[in-house]
Design a protein around this ligand. Structure first.
Ligand code: UDP
Length: 240
């Protein structure tokens, strides 16, 4: 397929740490990370530029650690380092699929990966290197959702593709409420006002201010990523 017939030419894919757990309750399931990497490789083969932000919730989250008595800022540092571990695992899995990959961290860890430098990130993307943005935005009290919005805006991505475990944004929790229905389209303000807990508010506000579309979809659904970059509205799209 020619790149012209593709809707999104540069994407920012947000994967939660939990997406890597599969059926486990901690860490990374190799089968899951390999399957995700295969799907990313198919999209990459179309010539699409791919930035990825990965979370750390499968290992540590600052808020959870603080409940168990760890100082919140320390906990958030641990959470950010967890995202670096996930980024390295993803780099490895993506390289096994034949792609060139760079991990860029918002916290300096030179022995392990590059620093995040915006212009260098854009250069990597233009050269066709999949670029994984690690350590969130590098500051405590933020999440990797905010990092996804921020990096998407910085690299001039066409869209934030947020992979979740559900098929999109629902009016209520579909597991608890059988009358819950899925929205195909929402505005940023609707997501914020209706408190549709799909991405944290700071992340949605950032996208709203820069008119960055957010597509919420289920990465567990085979080929969803491919269909979306070709233009299908799978899941829910959030725009102005
Ligand atoms: N975190 C942070 N600043 C950031 C991004 C992440 O302090 O800019 C910490 C925070 O403790 C967070 C953890 O890293 O809970 C893991 O990220 P997140 O919860 O977003 O991961 P996900 O839910 O996507 O797996």
């Amino acid at each position: 397929m020619a790149i012209d017939s593709i809707k999104y030419k540069r994407i920012l894919l947000k994967l939660s740490g939990e997406a890597l757990m599969g059926s486990e309750d901690y860490g990374i399931d190799p089968q899951v990370i390999n399957r995700i990497s295969e799907e990313i490789a198919q999209v990459h083969a179309l010539g699409i530029e791919i930035g990825i932000v990965i979370g750390g919730g499968n290992i540590f989250r600052g808020a959870g650690l603080s409940e168990s008595g760890i100082d919140r800022v320390t906990g958030d540092h641990m959470g950010m380092l967890a995202t670096v571990m996930n980024s390295l695992a993803l780099q490895n899995a993506l390289e096994n699929q034949g792609m060139k990959v760079r991990v860029m961290s918002a916290i300096q860890i030179h022995e392990v990966c590059e620093d995040y430098i915006r212009r260098r990130a854009i250069r990597h993307l233009a050269k066709g290197n999949v670029t994984v943005f690690a350590a969130g935005i590098g500051n405590p009290f933020f999440t990797t959702d905010s990092a996804a919005s921020l990096r998407a805006i910085e690299i001039n991505a066409d869209v934030v593709l947020k992979a979740t475990k559900v098929d999109g944004i629902y009016s209520a929790d579909p597991v608890k409420d059988p009358s819950a229905f899925k929205y195909d389209h929402l505005t940023y303000d609707e997501v914020i006002e209706r408190k549709l807990a799909v991405m944290d508010t700071a992340a949605v506000v950032l996208c709203r201010d820069r008119k960055m579309p957010i597509q919420i979809f289920n990465m567990g659904k085979e080929n969803a990523l491919m269909e979306i970059v070709k233009g299908a509205n799978i899941g829910t799209i959030v725009t102005a």
